[in-house]
Each structure stands twice: as C-alpha cells, then as structure tokens.
Design a protein around this ligand. Structure first.
Ligand code: HEM
Length: 502
C-alpha cells in the first residue's frame, strides 16, 4: 500500500516536472501557473475582468499570465497600453497564430493576419477604399443616411408597441457595411439575412468562449466533434455567401467603374496580375468576412447600450435633442460635418462608447520579436492583451469614471475634449480599421433618430439593467423600448453604474 502511494506521488511529481510551466527569464511577475492550464483556472470563466483587476492591484500595470502553456502579458491603464501599442508599435503588432479564430480564417485577411506584407497591403487597401468612398455615385455618408431611413421607418411602424432595438441596430450596421463591400443591402425581413447575422453573433460568442479555450490549449481535442466545430460551420455559411457575391461581381463588373469594395479588389487583382503581390481570391474572401463581421456587432452594440442610457437619463436625451434642433434648424438631413457644432451630442456618443466598453480586451496582439517592455523581457510570440476597459474607467483619467456622464468629455466652457484614456478602438498600428466609419455611423444614426423620436423606457419594464454581458464584444442585456414622436421627454432618471456582469 505504502509502496503504491510512494509510486503514485513519484509519478505525479515526474508529470509535474514534465509539464511544469517555466516563466521566461525576467518575464513580468504574475500569478503562479499550473501545468497544462496555466492561469486559466484562476480566472472566472464567465467574466475574467474582475480577476484581471485584482492581479493588476497586486502586480501593477504589466503582469505575466499563462494561457495554457502560452505566455501572455496583460497591459492595464492608458499609459501602459500606449507605451506598448504606440511607442513600441512594431514590436507588438503581431497576432497569435494558435487561436481558434486564426485557424478558422487561416490567418488571411486583416484581423487575424500576422504582422507582415500581406496584412500591410490588405490593411492599406481597405483603409484607402473606405476613406475614398466616392465609390460609384454614393458617398459613405449617403449610404449610412439611406440605412437610417429604414431604421426610422421601422420605428415609425412600431407606434404603440415596444420593440427590441438590438436586432434593429444589428441589421442596420450589417447593411451599412454590406452596402459598402457587397454593393447591396438586405431587406430586414429577409430570412437569409437573419441567418447571416445570427451566424456572426454565434461565431463571435464561440471564438472567445470556453470551448475555444479548450481547442487552443488541448490540440488533441480538435479531432472530436465538440461544440467548437460549430464555429467552422458558421464561418462556412458566411463565407459561402461571400463567394456567391464575388462570383456575381466577376460577371457583372465594368472595369474603371467600381461599385463597391469587391469591384475595387477585383480591379487591384487585375492591375497586379504581373507583379509579386499578396492579393488573391482567398485573401479577398477573408478580408470581406473580416469587414462584414467586425462592422456588424461593434457599432450596433454601442448603439444598443447608448440607447438604454438615453432612455433612462431623459435630461441627457433632451439636451441632445435641443442641440440637434438648434444646429439643424429646418434642414432635412444631418451631415457628419455637423458634429463640430454639436459638442454635447459628441460628448454623449463618446460617453456611450466609454461605458459601452465594446471590446474590453481589444484583440490579442503578439510580440513580433524578442523585446523589452518596462525593463521586462518579452519573448517573441508572447500574447499581448491590451486591457482597454481599464483605461476607459481609470480613476485618475476621468472626472466621473463610474457613471454615465457626458461631462467626462466636456471642458468648463462646454467644448468637446477627448482624453487620452478614450481608446475603445485600441491604439497603434493595429488600431480599428473601421474607426472612421463607426464614428460616422454612430453620429448620423443617433442624431437622425433623436431628431424624430423620443426614446422611452416602457412604464412596465421595471428597473433597467446596465451591467454589460462579458464577451469579445460586450453589450447590455436585451431590453425593449417604446418611442414617441414628439421629442420633449418627461424627466425620468435611473441610477446607473458601469460594471460588467459577473
Ligand atoms: C464602435 C465600433 C467599433 C469598435 C469599438 C471597434 C473596436 C476595435 C478594436 C478594439 C480592434 C482591435 C484593435 C487592436 O488589435 O489593437 C478593432 C480592430 C478592427 N476593426 Fe473595429 N471596432 C468598431 C467598428 C468597426 C467597423 C465598423 C469595422 C468595419 C470596417 C471594423 C473593422 C476592424 C478591423 C478590420 C480590425 C482589425 C485591424 C487590424 O488587425 O489591423 N471595426 N476594432
């Protein structure tokens, strides 16, 4: 019996030695990892953000963790994040290649592409194409305003009923990016459209969930038909749609007259036919997937959370409406330029982004080379996690870090100011590629809707819940809204706090 026990202990010790995780020399300090799981068992599986805060209190604004056996460094606070992503931009511009999402997209396109020529060429192409969006005859602004008409008519039709705005915003954001890249929008009732949107939402959920984690730390499981296989299926559904549209474009396009981003890419392919280039059909499909996916959840979740705050802080909604009326007067349409004359609305939108905290952990980066940060060694390939939420609610950076208060973005004279800690789009060479589009969407949609409607928290809806549901992209829980046509709201305010749900 004793011999068996000794042998068991010895076996366990040998296994421990075999799978023990070794901290690289002079690696940032952090909690002790256990074999195989690293520090994953010390993190709340449904929402690790509070654990990250606790570690930051103990180890400081930079600390080391292990995701399985893979070393990772967590960056907390705006100064630390900027130092890594801006001052040492190139050294930390990589992407992990062992994540499920990098396998799904084959590391092509932009989002999961590693730092290098292909990422650079595709990022540059996408940015220029989005920026010069005089494509065809319609500007980006016109495309957004066209979609806003559908949002308004949907709200118009909902008179006397309460609606779930989440789906409406998802459809609108998805349609705007679809119109830019595919050249056409979907009808809100279109079943196929619902399938695509649902696939994006489910895929986003799976790739940051527990099954993805298992996929990443235990490659041996990948051969089994476990729930992570669904992610590949959802990706396949979206990609099939993309390939179909690309095929149609190849048949119908006219050289020199691009209608959308696909036509622009096909033209680039033609131009580069005799050159060495990273452009090809499969890169194009992943780039389209990246833009369609990234352009759907993000802006719509921001609008969803912001609308909840506006309905429940009616004095803020009213003040926006007064400013909008003053600036627009009799004019039918708002333009993006009008934002410069609307400091309060600007402050409200930015505050919505701050408390909405859409991408709490940004996207993971990696070190592109062996380097140092704050005197610590960071080996090539280390995962770098910019903890964006920590900057968005950093006590020393905000007048009111834990409440919804547009004063966070206004100075004493009432001018709009943007503190350095405002980084929902991240920073540096990987900063969100759709930032300008997203800012334009948020402004044009919100101003048009608030100009026409008063958004009201239904009388029978109880207390609003401001907690964010943790995810790769976060949002508040589903809720319902009613709308009134007049824009003068009775005063109604609820206490809000900006915690993430645990
Ligand atoms: C409110 C809306 C949005 C927010 C808060 C947001 C936030 C982010 C964040 C945090 C990242 C990661 C940056 C990093 O790795 O450091 C990112 C990357 C990216 N976003 Fe957005 N995003 C938004 C809207 C959009 C839209 C509308 C598009 C579509 C054009 C888009 C396309 C992308 C792409 C392609 C990347 C990858 C960039 C790269 O790896 O080089 N985003 N976004």
């Amino acid at each position: 019996m004793l011999t068996a026990l000794v042998l068991l202990c010895l076996g366990a010790f040998i296994l421990y030695l075999r799978f023990r995780i070794r901290r690289p020399k002079n690696f940032p300090p952090g909690p002790t990892p256990v074999p195989f799981f690293g520090n994953l068992l010390q993190l709340d599986r449904t929402n690790p953000l509070k654990d990250f805060d606790k570690f930051a209190q103990r180890y400081g604004s930079i600390y080391g963790l292990f995701i399985g056996s893979q070393p990772a460094v967590l960056l907390t606070g705006q100064k630390m994040i900027r130092e890594a992503l801006i001052t040492q931009a190139v050294e930390f511009a990589g992407r992990p290649d062992n994540m499920m999402v990098s396998h799904i997209t084959n590391r092509k396109g932009v989002i999961m592409a590693n730092y290098g020529e292909s990422w650079r060429e595709h990022r540059r192409f996408a940015l220029t194409t989005l920026r010069d969006f005089g494509l065809g005859k319609r500007s980006m602004e016109q495309r957004i305003l066209e979609e806003v008409k559908y949002i308004c008519s949907h709200l118009e039709e909902s008179a006397g009923k309460s609606i779930d705005p989440e789906h409406l915003y998802h459809q609108a954001a998805s349609n705007i990016i679809a119109s830019i890249i595919f050249g056409s929008r979907f009808n809100y009732q279109d079943e196929y459209f619902q399938i695509l949107i649902t696939s994006i939402k489910k895929l986003t959920k799976i790739v940051i969930g527990q099954w993805a984690m298992l996929y990443e730390i235990a490659p041996v499981l990948r051969i089994f038909p476990l729930p992570f296989c669904k992610a590949f299926q959802y990706y396949g559904e979206i990609k099939n749609h993309i390939l179909k549209v690309v095929d149609e474009h190849k048949k119908s396009r006219v050289t020199g007259e691009p209608r959308d981003l696909i036509d622009c890419y096909l033209e680039e392919l033609e131009k580069r036919a005799d050159q060495r280039t990273t452009f090809d059909d499969s890169q194009m499909a992943t780039l389209l997937f990246d833009l369609f996916g990234a352009g759907t959840d993000t802006t719509s979740n921001t609008l969803h959370t912001l609308t909840l705050y506006l309905m429940t802080h009616t004095h803020i909604q009213e003040q926006c409406q007064r400013e909008i009326d003053e600036v627009l007067g009799d004019r039918e349409h708002v333009t993006f330029e009008d934002r410069n004359a609307m400091p309060y609305v600007q402050a409200v939108i930015h505050e919505g982004q701050r408390v909405g905290d859409i991408a709490p952990l940004s996207m993971f980066h990696t070190a592109t080379t062996n380097t140092q940060l704050r005197g610590y060694n960071i080996p090539k390939g280390t995962i770098i996690i910019p903890y964006l939420s920590s900057a968005l609610r950093e006590r020393s950076q905000w007048k009111f870090p834990h409440e919804f208060n547009p004063q966070n973005f206004l100075n004493d004279k009432g001018d709009f100011v943007k503190p350095d800690a405002f980084m929902p789009f991240s920073a540096g060479s990987r900063v969100c590629l759709g930032e300008n589009l997203a800012r334009m969407e948020l402004f044009l949609i919100l101003v048009t809707v608030l100009r026409r409607f008063r958004l009201v928290w239904p009388e029978d809806a109880g207390e609003p819940d401001f907690k964010l549901i943790y995810g790769g992209t976060q949002s508040v829980k589903p809720y319902r809204l009613t709308r009134k046509r007049d824009t003068v709201a009775p005063q109604r305010s609820f206490r809000s706090h900006t915690d993430t749900e645990t």
